[in-house]
Write a protein that binds this ligand. Sequence first.
Ligand code: UDP
Ligand code: MG
Length: 331
Amino acid sequence: MVRSLSVVVPCHNEAENIPLFYKEITQTADFLCQRGDISTYELLFVDDGSKDETLALIKEIAAKDQRAYYISFTRNFGKEAAMLAGFAHCRGQYAVVMDADLQDPPQLLPEMFFILNNGQGWECVATRRVDRRGEPPIRSAFARLFYFMINRISDVQIVSGARDFRLMTRRMVDSILSLKEKSRFSKGLFVWAGYRTYYMDYSNVERSHGNTSWSFWKLLKYSLDGITAFSVAPLQASAIAGLLFCAGSMAAVLYFVIQKLTVNIPIQGYAMLICSLFLLGGIQLLGIGILGQYLGKIFIESKNRPDYVILDAHLPLESSPDNPCELEDLS
Ligand code: UDP
Ligand code: MG
């Protein structure tokens, strides 16, 4: 039986890393072929609107290596879109997503295959960073807070430190592809799809070259997207807060009216009035803001725009029966 592996590599400005990554991944994949875990493999680079030499380097690799393919987007659509394009066009019985910066060490792949094939019915071997060496402490603290929150308020349980770097069976890839939502939060989608997943621990590896494309604000937005994609708890919380405040204010009104009627104490306290006005105004705005987040999501989904636009691609012929225009080399 032919057992093929697809390596999906989202790349955004990774020119310095591509040659190194290519060298390491081919070494490891060749080893997997020799050991008999796979009989063949393909590398699918997805150039996500890079502004440096990334695409040129990928094209160079694809020209000399028949196992290498690429897709190039018209602009930067984000890692989620790049991963989706990779899944949609890869053909392997197994697929693995790997960062081009070598933060997902190819050396872990043999062990991942060993676990996947150990007869215990694993469909996915995911990786989990057990430390956050080299990461700014503030970013780590927010990441921990995010995992704590999302696991509290949503049905999916995302393992803290889980990476997108995971080896999956074709069945699982197809399930991920069947999820058609636009604002994608893959860490949650992988868990939502189910399947028996083994989490393999490893120590964080720093980027081989360049800087992460995730600024603090981008990460914060991505986290909010993740929470709103997998939970309606913020909506419920704002409704409950609204209810509590209504009940509280009614009780206060009753209290003052009764006081006035029984002991005839004049109603005082402008300061308190102003404070409660601000408090209530703030809470209302927060509620509207939360509502807006979900409304925005519906707005984006309802437009049903494609997740990405392909400018140039070199893909295997049988990879995309639904998209004949993407079949040949578009360059
Ligand atoms: N990436 C991408 N599009 C983007 C940002 C990142 O395809 O808009 C790729 C990037 O080239 C890398 C992977 O996604 O291969 C992870 O990105 P990065 O290393 O910046 O993230 P981190 O590892 O810091 O979470
Ligand atoms: Mg990285």
